[in-house]
Design a protein around this ligand. Structure first.
Ligand code: HEC
Length: 191
């Protein structure tokens, strides 16, 4: 016969209460630290964030600087190849499946640099334009989407402070200024 030590029923209650509290903390911590899957978001234009999956690794087209921050413009291999082949300067349109992404950051002084140098501070927006003529016939084949980043929560939203801009039509109205270059403003910068 094996020896079973006597168990204090009050201790069991304490252990159970402890386990419950620990479990709760683990669950809450999990919620707080669970990274958002931005690729489940869909912009009002019907374009999903997942349509630019992999954009973090796309090659740079160019950079721009505006008052609110600096922007990096990258494009998928289809569009980069087109740029290298002379599009849109040669008058030809970008091919179907071309995708271009603009990433905007607010800027701050680099605290270590021995001369005045600015570096990205907070990620602001990820915007995209993609060519699918069958899907976006009303905007000359280009579809637009804007995703805003909230640095305090570390999450993206599909609705920005300018919801009226987050539809292809409003974006395209301004991009029509660049009609001569197939509605794309920025050329591929020499490097
Ligand atoms: C008032 C005019 C205007 C509006 C509205 C506008 N854009 Fe642009 N867009 C520009 C200009 C100018 C550039 C190039 C200069 C820059 O971004 O600093 C540009 C560049 C871009 C680029 C990089 C490719 C390119 O054309 O050079 C993307 C991507 C982009 N815009 C997405 C959008 C999206 C998405 C919207 C709607 C939410 C939008 N834009 C609305 C003027 C506009």
């Amino acid at each position: 016969m094996s020896f079973v030590p006597p168990v204090n029923p009050r201790l069991i209650k304490t252990y159970l209460a402890l386990a419950l509290v620990l479990g709760l903390f683990t669950a809450l911590g999990g919620i707080a630290t669970a990274a958002q899957d931005r690729f489940t978001l869909t912009a009002p234009s019907g374009i999903s964030f997942s349509e630019i999956r992999g954009y973090e690794d796309w090659a740079a087209v160019s950079i721009t600087q505006v008052e609110e921050g600096n922007k990096l413009i990258v494009a998928n291999p289809t569009m980069i190849e087109a740029f290298k082949a002379g599009i849109p300067g040669n008058g030809k349109p970008f091919p179907e499946g071309s995708k271009v992404v603009k990433i905007t950051w607010s800027m701050k002084k680099n605290p270590e640099a021995p001369f005045e140098s600015l570096m990205p501070d907070t990620l602001k927006t990820v915007e995209l334009i993609e060519k699918d003529s069958a899907r976006f016939p009303k905007s000359d084949g280009w579809g637009y989407a804007q995703f805003l980043y909230d640095a305090t929560t570390g999450t993206f939203t599909e609705k920005g402070e300018l919801p009226e801009r987050a539809v292809s039509g409003a974006c395209h109205a301004c991009h029509t200024i660049a009609k001569a270059t197939d509605f794309i403003f920025m050329p591929y910068s020499k490097r």
